[in-house]
Write a protein that binds this ligand. Structure first.
Ligand SMILES: [Fe+2]
Length: 414
């Protein structure tokens, strides 16, 4: 119950600087309005816990089931995703009231439940907590996209971020020997179903970069005409670059010969020592080709992460922006594997051997998206520290750029 309350309060905290007008904008089909995130995460607890475990429970407003279902076909019909920004009612205040009402129903249910009932509810409640943490991250990346459309460049969180060091650690590569390792979650504690089944995988020898690619390194790629050299790009990537007229990462603009970008703390000069972010898989792959390297597989990444503590720049820091690695850091181990930026892998998001989606609505959580997407690892500056794991598999289509996505290079043995 304490965890549930803390989670729900953190969502409210994230919205602290927003005005009602900010909550309703949908700047592209991938973006959901803040108000929708508030209501949809609430709908999740209402649908999968209250409607299931409280026999006398009746929704105050049954239409919310249609408006705030995202993609769960087994839970009924749903409103069109790309039209979420057209919905001015319920109002922001009504959505907040919906949250409070469901919270108090959950409170009542848990405080009156016996051990047996609690055992049944717990896995779904924990799933709901992780689900809302995912939406907290989306809420942040979505409002960033919304604000970036506004020539006034609204500030999401006024925060004086200490100046990034001018230089960062030089990049170097760690060598890993060929081995057979266990991949996937071992079953202790929470994991999503897509992290199983745990299985053995052969990982041939590879090298992995000590830290993510920085803005400064990415600018070298841009200045070497990286965006206009088809030989660096996947065919689909080259089509996308030309159709979308990409010349730099999302949110970047050139002013008087220097690169600037929109951040959640305002518009500012691109810091060269900070990890590059808001790049697509296509850009990550082209950069790697240009650098004489490649992206890691998710198995290489998971193997390398075994020795890394799960610490870093997560949402709890409330920077909402990646940080530079100190130039005087220890160069004997990998840096920034967790937090800062999600790292694109070259692994297609597909089921592990033996994976079967559960029957019913909750089986739709991950399994049905295992087509045409790539796996990302490690979490970002918008991810909760308690949400990420070494085995965590995030996934997006290769052209998506609005998440905090970045690049870590890998190489085959020289
Ligand atoms: Fe959701």
């Amino acid at each position: 119950m304490a965890r549930f309350r803390q989670l729900r309060n953190f969502t409210t905290t994230l919205c602290a600087g927003l005005e009602p007008e900010d909550y309703v904008v949908q700047s592209m089909p991938d973006v959901s309005p803040t108000k929708w995130h508030l209501a949809h995460t609430t709908w999740f607890f209402e649908t999968f816990i209250l409607k299931k475990f409280v026999p006398a429970y009746r929704s105050e407003i049954p239409e919310y089931a249609y408006l705030f279902n995202s993609y769960y076909n087994a839970a009924g019909d749903m409103h069109r995703r790309d039209l979420r920004g057209l919905i001015s009612r319920p109002t922001v205040r009504e959505a907040q009231r919906y949250r409070a009402s469901i919270d108090s129903h959950i409170d009542n249910l848990l405080s009156g439940a016996d051990e047996k009932l609690l055992d049944e509810i717990e896995p779904i409640l924990v799933l709901g907590i992780h689900h809302e943490q995912q939406h907290q991250e989306l809420l942040i990346t979505d409002i960033k996209h919304v604000f970036a459309q506004n020539p006034l460049y609204p500030v999401f969180r006024a925060k004086k971020i200490s100046a990034a060091p001018a230089k960062t650690m030089p990049i170097h590569f760690f060598d890993f020997e060929e081995t057979i390792i266990s991949i996937g979650h071992d079953g202790h504690g929470f994991a999503y179903d897509n992290e199983g089944l745990r299985h053995r995988a052969l990982v041939p020898a590879f090298s992995l970069a000590s830290r993510p690619v920085t803005n400064g390194e990415y600018i070298e790629f841009i200045e070497d005409n990286g965006y206009t050299r088809p030989e660096l790009w996947l065919s689909l990537g080259w089509m996308t670059v030309n159709e979308q007229r990409w010349q730099a990462p999302l949110y970047w603009t050139k002013r008087d010969g220097a690169w600037w970008h929109f951040t959640l703390s305002g518009f500012r000069a691109v810091e060269k020592s900070v990890p590059v972010t808001h790049v697509s898989y296509f850009e990550a792959d082209a950069f790697a080709n240009w650098a004489g390297a490649r992206l890691p597989t998710e198995f290489e990444w998971e193997r390398a992460a075994l020795g890394c503590p799960i610490e870093g720049n997560f949402v709890e820091e409330e920077d909402f922006h990646p940080r530079a690695q100190s130039p005087s850091g220890d160069d004997r181990h990998l840096h920034q594997m967790f937090g800062d930026v999600w790292e694109w892998t070259r692994s297609a998001y597909s089921p592990y051997p033996g994976y079967r989606a559960e029957p019913g609505a909750l089986g739709e959580y991950n399994g049905k998206f295992m087509c045409n997407q790539y796996v990302l690892r490690g979490g970002s500056c918008a991810t909760s520290r308690s949400h990420i794991r070494r085995t965590y598999r995030n996934f997006f289509q290769p052209e998506k750029r609005w998440q905090f996505t970045g690049i870590r290079l890998a190489r085959d043995p020289q």
